[in-house]
Write a protein that binds this ligand. Structure first.
Ligand SMILES: [Zn+2]
Length: 225
């Protein structure tokens, strides 16, 4: 498959981008348009939606909305579709020979449900056991954010985070749990304000009961500072 403007190993375009794959389903021509060209097109589309709803776009409060929404979609909410924004995955030697699991919990997560284009808001918890390399803590936040900034389903997001960290850290021993509220469930439809959704992906040693239990016990810590 030939993709313009992409020379890296872009995960989102696998051999077969079928719905059951962990890859985000993207069209082959996903990167033919520039960021600015996409914003211009989406601006017109948002204006069309608003006008169809009967809104008066000459009103001072509304006239900037199409451009604002278009920029927000392309650069922010769905910026993680752009492989150029993938965090640089530099790792370091595990100098301390720390051999236990490292857990980063309560990583703030903002994503967008791809079925309704409404927010998913939650926390991600990540753990890994070093195979000789370690990664900066904030890099884990950045990887979560990169994959969250796409139209998503929570299951796929969880798997994408684990697969990326497995690649970066060169180990299967990576786990991720996400606990998130979906505004498409909380604010409309069934309107269940209280419900949240938990997904998990356990790789390598985290498939073993004791390792998995240790991780899950750590993320229950109610850390307060
Ligand atoms: Zn939804």
């Amino acid at each position: 498959m030939k993709i313009e403007k992409n020379t890296g190993d872009f995960d989102a375009l696998g051999e077969d981008h079928i719905g059951t794959s962990s890859n985000t389903p993207l069209r082959e021509d996903a990167f033919k348009l520039s960021t600015e060209e996409k914003i211009e097109i989406i601006k017109d589309d948002v204006r069309h939606i608003m006008e169809t709803l009967g809104l008066d776009l000459t009103d001072d409060s509304l006239k900037g909305t199409p451009n604002r929404v278009a920029k927000m979609f392309v650069k922010e909410l769905f910026g993680g579709l752009d492989p150029a924004k993938k965090p640089n995955a530099s790792t370091f030697e595990n100098k301390y020979k720390y051999g236990e699991m490292l857990v980063e919990k309560n990583i703030t997560l903002y994503s967008t449900c791809e079925h309704h284009l409404l927010p998913i808001v939650g926390k991600a918890h990540i753990a890994y056991i070093s195979s000789g390399r370690v990664v900066g803590l904030s890099k884990m936040n950045r990887i979560v954010d990169y994959y969250a900034k796409r139209p998503q389903v929570q299951e796929r997001l969880t798997i994408q985070i684990v697969q990326e960290l497995q690649k970066v850290l060169n180990t299967k021993d990576v786990a991720c749990v996400i606990d998130a509220k979906h505004l498409c469930v909380n604010s409309r439809g069934i309107r269940d304000v209280e419900s949240s959704t938990i997904t998990s992906e356990f790789g390598g040693k985290f498939k073993e009961e004791t390792t998995r239990r240790e991780f899950l016990d750590y993320i229950k810590f109610d850390t307060k500072f």
